[in-house]
Design a protein around this ligand. Structure first.
Ligand code: THG
Length: 265
């Protein structure tokens, strides 16, 4: 499964402080540590604060030390554009997080996705909010895929995020999510992704719920996750699940993780 490192996010108080202080060393350390831990993309989010200039600074600061592709995480097309403008090298390596069927978002972000032919995360969300049922989310996925296809976008580059809502709000929210993962892949043959941790909001011992939810999502063939790669327990789950699910030929990655003492039992 593809790992998107979540740590460079201004909603984490310590990281928000690093961004506000323009603490280059602290940000670069988090970028390098996540890359070393196996992050294949680094999510960058500057929503808390002066978003546009902070995004520019963050992209520049991270790219000074690593070539790991970036996942530009913003609801603002202006911030996404600033991120893309700042990225050095091949801009089509950027994963745009995210587009949706909200009218403004679609009108403003779609041209950026098309201009740079970036990969993109599509949220199952429109101007009426997040639909309650799996059926409605699947219908939104279909509309988004139709829109992208009509614009000659290669939907192999699309990751649908069916959006996790807390189990504490409805005990069936995880099962509904699994249904979305299964149906979206079956019907449209596109990839899926999740930020996972919303599932445990307002539940005790959140890390237990997050980790087991991740395992179940992987069993339902989710392709990518936004998670904390510095959390050894969750990384142990990812590596072990890939091994169990036949995605780690000869257990090469599992054994490598064992040898480098990453695995945590
Ligand atoms: N979907 C998409 N994008 C997203 C989300 C999603 N971006 C934001 C968010 N959800 C995913 N990112 C984070 C980033 C940080 C945390 C949670 C989600 C977080 N981190 C704590 C920390 O690092 O201190 C705790 C981590 C832990 O140890 O559990 O809370 O759903 N498309």
């Amino acid at each position: 499964m593809l790992i998107i490192g979540e740590k460079l996010n201004s909603s984490i108080p310590s990281v928000r402080q690093f961004i506000n202080d323009k603490d280059t060393a602290a940000i670069q350390d988090l970028a390098l540590k996540q890359a070393a831990a196996g992050a294949e993309y680094l999510d960058l989010n500057t929503a808390q604060g002066d978003e546009v200039p902070n995004m520019e600074w963050l992209v520049r600061t991270v790219q000074e030390v690593t070539d790991v592709p970036l996942c530009i995480d913003s609801t603002s097309a202006v911030a996404i554009k600033k991120g893309l403008d700042t990225v050095q090298g091949d801009k089509s390596r950027v994963l745009i997080n995210s587009i949706s069927l909200e009218r403004n978002r679609l009108e403003e972000v779609l041209p950026l996705v098309l201009e740079y032919q970036c990969s993109v995360i599509g949220l199952t969300l429109d101007d009426n909010g997040i639909p309650k049922t799996a059926e409605e989310r699947i219908a939104l996925s279909e509309r988004l895929i139709e829109t992208l296809t009509k614009n000659h976008y290669d939907i192999d580059r699309l990751y649908i995020d069916p959006l996790v809502l807390p189990l504490a709000v409805d005990y069936l929210n995880a099962t509904m999510f699994f249904k979305c993962l299964t149906e979206i892949k079956h019907l449209f043959k596109v990839k899926t992704v999740s930020g996972l941790s919303n599932i445990s909001y307002n539940s005790p011992k959140r890390k237990i719920v997050n980790r087991h939810f991740l395992t179940l999502c992987m069993a339902f063939d989710m392709d990518a996750a936004i998670l904390d790669p510095l959390d050894r327990k969750i990384m142990t789950s990812v590596i072990t699940n890939d091994f169990l699910l036949g995605k780690d030929r000869f257990g090469k990655k599992y054994l490598k993780a064992y040898r480098s003492e990453v695995l945590d039992d």
